[in-house]
Ligand binder design. Structure first.
Ligand code: EPZ
Length: 434
């Protein structure tokens, strides 16, 4: 298993571009199951999770090919066999986002068997809201041997009104599943308390380009008028707001000055609000596309303590909680971080403490007492965003940090070490014994 070796204390300077969004690309790829015509996606990031999704779709009869040369990388998806509709456990357990094939497959083929995703490092990952939504569309759902077995009576779902709110707000992939399934249902579907994440709006944009009739995507109420079939389309994946936020934190952690291109600033108002309160300066350049803005990121000499509470979009994203916590370790005072989406998402706390951070957790809240500096140490990555948090801490820490098990990081960040090195970081990838 690979590890990152980081010699901290270097200021990051230079330019970097944000890649396409992993969390948009995955449901966008699954949407190709809704047609037997080719779907072309551009700006698909080259990540472990994307390769896993390619493997899953291949098993489900969808041929996936990607243009290796040139950028942005284009991926062509073309279903040529609809006989197998079983997303097997040994693929789903490696990536719970595989569940997003459930809705498209059920709508198009009238049946779907998808392994229940297990829990993961950030907490329990139920899919009860997904199933509530699909049942509302008339699906018959059984659970057998750890699999969800869904069938559409008579081969077609029917439109309905469904409330998708849960104890932690809405569900992103649940909204994608129900919205995708509703595109081919008989009649109109209204999703109340839909997830408002920009990735949902991006999936709706592709589906409408394929001939669907969706309105309100990106708001809490989404309306889908069912159609008989969908055709192929081409679409560019929106930039990754979580990668953009991670890079902003990296620039601030090292008191650097970084020009970040293709920032989806329009989807990051909560993030910029918190960074600005902290003393980070995000300076956008004029742009005719609010989802692709070039920003200069610097920070004031002394970072001020703040409160951060994660919430569903448009609130502060849970996927940036760990990275923000690393940055708050260097603020001048006590900050408070509260996690309202995944209350157990704190595996990075113990590892940051090994680097000299002063963190005090009480349930879903962590008090971060700023310290004058972090100290390099060997640490263990546990999940995608916790890994990013440890890399950020290593960039700022005095001495060497070894981040073990960076396969977690490879799931969501493309070529991160090389891109950070280009900005002046002293970071190398090596095989390790852990
Ligand atoms: C998506 O996961 C993202 N993944 C996650 O990013 C992200 O953290 C999450 O949304 C929240 O923003 C992808 O898009 C591939 P949810 P998803 O269903 O859709 C509860 C990353 O690091 N819930 O919105 O699986 C759930 O337990 C990943 O890139 C139910 O109770 O998340 C959680 O507390 C990690 N019942 C909350 O809702 C359900 O049926 C939000 O989960 C579904 C979810």
């Amino acid at each position: 298993m690979d590890a990152f070796h980081i010699e901290g204390g270097r200021r990051l300077e230079g330019e970097i571009s944000v890649n396409g969004s992993k969390n948009a690309a995955l449901p966008l790829m699954a949407a190709a199951l809704l047609t037997n015509e080719p779907v072309v996606l551009r700006s698909v990031p080259d990540l472990a999770d994307i390769r896993n999704m390619q493997k899953l779709l291949d098993e489900l009869g969808c041929e996936v090919s990607s243009s290796e040369s040139g950028s942005p990388r284009a991926v062509t998806l073309h279903v040529n066999d609809e006989s197998i509709s079983h997303a097997r456990y040994d693929i789903v357990r490696t990536m719970r986002a595989s569940v997003c094939v459930l809705g498209p497959m059920l709508a198009r083929r009238g049946r779907a068997r998808v392994s229940m995703p297990g829990g993961c490092a950030i907490g329990e990952r139920p899919i009860d809201l997904h199933l509530r939504g699909l049942r509302a569309l008339g699906a018959q759902i059984e659970l057998d041997e750890g699999d969800v077995i869904a069938t559409a009576p008579g081969g077609r779902l029917r439109g309905a009104t469904v409330f998708l709110g849960g104890p932690f707000g809405s569900t992103v992939l649940g909204t994608a599943n129900v919205m995708s399934a509703a595109t081919l249902a008989q009649g109109t579907t209204v999703i109340e308390s839909a997830a408002c994440e920009p990735e949902i709006a991006d999936v709706a944009a592709l589906l409408n380009a394929m001939g669907a009739r969706i309105s309100g995507a990106g708001t809490p109420r989404v309306t889908i008028e069912g159609v008989d079939q969908l055709h192929g389309a081409e679409h560019s994946v929106i930039p990754d707001r979580i990668e953009a936020g991670t890079l902003m934190c990296a620039a601030a952690m090292t008191n650097g000055s970084v020009q970040i291109h293709d920032v989806p600033l329009d989807s990051m108002l909560a993030v910029v609000d918190r960074l600005t309160a902290l003393g980070v300066v995000v300076q956008p350049e004029p742009s005719d596309d609010p989802q692709r803005v070039s920003c200069r990121v610097t920070c004031e000499r002394v970072l001020k303590p703040i409160r951060v509470t994660t919430q569903p979009h448009p609130g502060f994203p849970t996927d940036l909680q760990a990275q923000m916590m690393a940055l708050l370790c260097l603020a001048d005072g006590n900050s408070i971080v509260t996690e309202k989406v995944f209350p157990e998402r704190f595996l990075h706390v113990a590892e940051l403490s090994r680097m000299g951070a002063e963190l005090h957790r009480q349930g879903a809240t962590v008090v971060v007492t700023g310290v004058r500096g972090l100290r390099g140490a060997p640490v263990m990555a546990s999940d995608l965003r916790a890994s990013a948090s440890l890399v950020l801490a290593g960039l700022a820490a005095a001495g060497e940090t070894v981040v073990n098990r960076v396969y977690h990081l490879d799931r969501g960040y493309e070529n991160l070490e090389a891109r950070l090195e280009q900005l002046g970081a002293a970071i190398t990838r090596r095989g390790d014994s852990v």
